[in-house]
Structures are given as C-alpha cells and as structure tokens.
Design a protein around this ligand. Structure first.
Ligand code: OXD
Ligand code: MN
Length: 607
C-alpha cells in the first residue's frame, strides 16, 4: 500500500515527515499478509542475512546471525526522556527530550538511504480489544517486519480499527546503516556502533525512537518499548496494569479453571512456567502469554488480562524436551532463529538442546565449531541470548481463550526470583499491601561470573520491571497500592504469592526439582484462592503446612520442612538489606506503606 492511500491524516503526515528526514529509496505500508512475510524473508535471503533451514526438519524456518555488537537489549543505551528527570526516576537513564530528539534527528538524517522504509501498523492485543493498543513502527529492516508479523497483529486490519483519527503510538526504528548507490548488505548485519545506539522513550508524548540496533527488544518496538515502558505510563494514567508477567490457565481435576499471572526477572524460567507439563495427576496447565500481561478491571470488579503479544521471543539455550517440550514443538515450523548454531544438515543447535552437537556445526558467528566437552573454556556455539521467534498459535498448549478480546479473569499474582536461601518455596501475602511489598523486593542472586558484583549478591528487580518501567519506580509502587485501595470490590482482587523454585542445600544442590513439579505449588495456590489448602499464618506470610503440597520424587519430608520454614535470622538480614540498600534508592517517592510493611514484619519476627 502507498502512503497516499492512507485515510488517517495525522499518520500520513507523520510518515511523510519521517521519509523526508530519513530519505529512504521508497516507502511501503505493510499489509500483514503471508505474501508480505515471504517477501521479507526472500529479501533478507538475497541480502545474505537469512539462511533457510532444512524444510524436512524445520519447514518455513530461517536463521539469522547478528553483529557481535548487537546481540541483546542495551540497557545502558535505553532512555526514558520525560520532561522532568525526577519523573524517570533513579532506575532509568534520562536525557532532556528536546536534546535527545535533536541528537537523534541528526542520526536519522538520511539514515535510510539505499533502503526501503516499511510502515508497520500493529496492534498489541487482539485487534479491536478494549484493552489493546495500536502502534505504528517505521523501520528500514525487513528482519524487523518479519519478526513483527509473528510477535504482533500487523497490517491492514489494524488500519481499519485506527480509522481516520484513532490513537496510535508512533515508533521510529532505523538500523543506522544507510547504503550508498549500488551498495548491498552482503551478509553483514546492519547496525550502528554501540555509542550511536539509542532506544528512547518519550512518555509524555507517547513516542518511541530507536536507532542503531536491529536486535530483539531494541528493534521490535511493540514488545518492551511499547507494551511495557510506554504502556506502564498509560496504565498509570488510565488506572490499569502493564506488567512483565506470564499468564497461565490452570484446570484442576474437577475441571475448575483459574488464571494466574507471574512476574519473574530474566533467567528464572518464565517461558517454561507458562508452558509447564504438570506432574500432578489430573491437573492441566495451558498458556495465555509468556512475557507480558495487560490488566484492566471488568464490570464485575475482577481484573482481566490479555497477552498483548502474538508470539514468543524466547531464549534458545537451555530449551529442550525436558525443560519445555511445548516450546520445542512450537518452534518446529514457521520460526525465525537468531544467533543459534547451524548443523551440517541445516537444522538448529544450541547449548542445552538436550543432545550433543552433531559433528561440526557453524557457530553464531558463522565459524566452524566442533564440540569439545573436555574444554570447559570453549566458547558456546549459540550465543547465550540467541532467540527463537515463534507464533503463539503453534504452541500445543495455547489456551483456547488466548486471543479473547475481553481477556481472562485473574485469580492470583506470583512474584519470584532465584533465591538460594531464606525465601520459602511459596508464601501467600496477608493482604494487598503486603503483596505489593513482596513485588517491590523481588530479586535474584547473581554469580560473580555473570556480573561484576560479589557472588551471592541479590540484584533487586522490583516486579521484574527494573528495565521496563517507564516512570519513577516509587510512583509505580504507589500506583500498585492505589489500585488495591480503589478496587470496587477488594474481595475480587487477585491473591498475591511469592514463589521460589531455587532453594539450595548446604552442598549447593537445588532442593526443589522445578519445571513440571512446580504444578504442585500451583495446585496449592489454586486452592488458596478458594480459601482452601493447608496453611499456617507466620510472621512473613501464609505458608503451606508441610503436608499441604504433594511431595515430588526426591524431596524428603525434611527437605519440605526446610523450604517451608521461617528463617528468622535470614529474614532479619533480608529486611536490613531492603532498608539499607534497596528502598533508599527511591528517595521521597517511596510510599510510606512499604516502610510500614518492613517494620510490621520485623515486629512479627521479634514477637
Ligand atoms: C526478555 C527479557 O527478553 O525479559 O523477555 O529480557
Ligand atoms: Mn521478558
């Protein structure tokens, strides 16, 4: 479609202005058809950027290799450019919006020379849902267009909903690598150097400007940029929630259904939990979403969630038939792989896929690679953040209501992180404010090897939103507290739980097996939502009685007691850490109720 055919005057003008600035060879408005997807893949193949995989093994699948400087979200180059620095808060990078737009406009000048400017109208959420939001991304990357086809609903159907004057979030994206006449990418992933990459958000004007990166959340602007950073601001202003949460459907042996959302920092197995295969007989888990939940109150006073995405952008390494068979089945066809290894027969391979590399493979940098298990220092064949982009509708356990425009009613929120000590397997909040407190102290242990910090340090990631909250985190806590206070019917609010699958014993071994056995904990949570399930009130929250959770193989009665006990000394240290090192970060904006929670737990522990 040509820009001249567009009915939305503001959209048309915005595209024309962008084209005048970025100077592409031509402009195309995406229609979202399969033919368009196929054409994008063909263009990237012709440019030497995509490799078609073995159609017998992976029909409709391709592999991309990115530039080594462009392999992950770049938090240091991500900005929340609100008018006032204080509105971005202490956890975001801030630049004055006028200054940032000036810098970036210079970069965008002529940045699409030699390329096509694609205009992607997209809906986050089922098209036409009253919870969904529309964005329009301008990009010079056909890789981005193809990925957006999988991750969002794109094309003409979105323009129909937008009409002549509907609201959309305008999103600029350029890889920042113009081509001179006759020049081609020739197999070189286009991007700009690190110090020229910018992932910028303008919360007041609801705009996103991204430059210099073609990878993941930096470039597929519907996901982290719109559905979390900008949406968190919309949600604050409009009284709803945009959260970094999976959504799962759980059915008990009697056929009763509940929906649960959960926030976990990266690398805590969120996608695996969203698709788990229960080991508890008679229980069923199905997937509504694996990364983001948007939630609004319905007429009946319950909170309804939609998954704003249409696909999974999952980390490949560690995904296998044991850890996540449903994800493995999802990505069998029509999937884009990025930075995994390529086998001689054109299949994919990665560390933790469940079997050894079959002979010599090509690593993510395009070099021959042979597995050497004796060499512990061997560089991995797949980049640790290599990804699959797979359609959610291909997931064997996708819930039938995953695209229901009204969303699904949520019974429980989970918060969790990797906590080897102190934090019990599961703990129910006493009330909403206590639950908000739990969300505010979410953290995960980091190893010295992973980050330049002392081993055993807890990296706090409140609500798993640290890199994704588009405003001051103190105000975000307040928003959560207010939502509970203002609820029409507080009894219909989701119950809040803190879970921890990652407790270790003194020998450093995991006590709880995790994966499908987490269904045993979900079953207790399910029952608690109905006021059932063996439970005991403790100073830190409501814990299961030791026999309330059906023990999996390999977990003894003593193990169970250990992971369900109140570790008084550990909790005292936890509270001291939150008080000294975590809460002070939020300054005067930290809601007093959260400090009150600290004091209340302290008092209960002492008493
Ligand atoms: C993601 C993340 O990629 O949370 O989903 O980092
Ligand atoms: Mn995520």
């Amino acid at each position: 479609m040509q820009t001249s055919e567009l009915k939305h005057a503001q959209l048309k003008k915005w595209i024309e202005d962008a084209a005048a600035l970025m100077q592409p060879d031509s402009v195309e408005v995406c229609d979202g058809t399969q033919a368009e997807y196929d054409r994008m893949i063909q263009i990237t193949k012709d440019a030497g950027l995509a490799t078609e995989l073995n159609p017998q093994k992976r029909p409709g699948c391709v592999l991309f290799r990115s530039d080594p400087s462009d392999v992950a979200r770049v938090e240091a180059r991500t900005y929340i450019a609100s008018k006032s620095k204080d509105d971005a808060g202490p956890t975001n990078n801030w630049v004055d919006p006028a200054e940032l737009k000036k810098t970036m406009s210079e970069l965008y000048k002529g940045s699409m020379k030699g390329r096509v400017m694609y205009v992607i109208p997209f809906s986050m959420g089922p098209v036409g849902s009253n919870i969904a939001k529309i964005g329009v991304e301008i990009t010079d990357s056909p890789y981005v267009v193809a990925n957006m086809h999988i991750m969002a609903r794109v094309g003409s159907k979105v323009l129909d909903v937008l009409g002549k004057d509907g609201f959309f979030v305008p999103c600029f994206h350029s890889v920042g690598k113009p081509l001179s006449p006759g020049q081609k990418d020739n197999g070189v992933w286009p991007c700009a150097p690190m110090d020229k990459k910018y992932i910028s958000h303008f919360p007041e004007t609801r705009e996103i400007w991204s430059y210099g990166s073609g990878y993941g959340g930096n470039a597929l602007l519907g996901k982290k940029c719109l559905a979390l950073r900008i949406a968190s601001v919309l949600a604050r202003d409009e009284g709803w929630l945009a959260e970094h949460m999976l959504i799962l459907k759980i059915t008990n042996p009697e056929g009763k259904v509940k929906y649960i959302t959960g926030a976990f920092p990266s690398a805590c197995g969120k996608t695996n939990l969203a698709m788990l295969i229960p080991t508890l007989p008679g229980w069923k888990v199905e997937t509504v979403g694996d990364d983001i939940a948007w939630m609004k109150f319905g007429e009946d006073g319950r909170l309804y969630a939609i998954n704003p995405e249409a696909g999974f952008f999952g980390v490949a390494p560690g995904t296998n038939n044991e850890s996540n068979k449903n994800a493995m089945d999802t990505i069998q066809k029509n999937t884009i792989f990025t930075n995994v290894a390529l086998t001689a027969d054109k299949d994919v391979w990665w560390e933790g896929i469940g079997y050894d590399a079959p002979g010599e493979v090509t690593d993510w940098k395009g070099k021959p690679w042979k597995q050497d298990k004796a060499n512990k220092e061997q560089e991995p064949a797949a980049h640790p953040n290599s990804r699959f982009t797979g359609p959610a509708k291909q997931c064997p356990v996708v819930a039938k209501e995953w695209e229901d425009p009204k969303g699904v009613p949520i019974s429980a929120f989970l918060f969790g992180g990797r906590r080897p000590k102190t934090i019990p397997l599961v703990n129910q909040a006493k009330d909403w404010a206590h639950g908000v407190f739990m969300g505010s102290i979410v953290g995960s242990e980091v190893t010295a090897a992973a980050l330049d910090v002392k081993a055993g340090t807890i990296r706090r990631d409140p609500f798993a939103m640290l890199p994704f909250c588009g405003y001051h985190m103190g105000d975000y806590f307040k928003h959560w507290l207010n939502l509970g206070k203002n609820a029409k019917d507080p009894s219909k609010l989701p119950k809040i739980f803190f879970v921890n699958w990652f407790r270790k014993n003194d020998a450093g071994k995991f006590i709880w097996p995790g994966y499908g056995d987490n269904s045993r904990v979900l079953a207790w949570i399910f029952d608690r939502c109905d006021g059932k399930g063996g439970a005991v009130e403790t100073p830190i929250g409501t814990l299961p009685t030791p026999d309330a959770i059906v023990r999996p193989n390999g977990v003894s009665e003593d193990d169970m007691k250990e992971i369900l006990k109140v570790d008084i000394e550990g909790w005292k240290a936890e509270i001291a850490d939150v008080r000294a090192n975590h809460y002070p970060k939020f300054g005067a904006k930290l809601p007093a109720e959260l400090n009150d929670q600290l004091s209340a737990i302290e008092k209960r522990l002492a008493g």
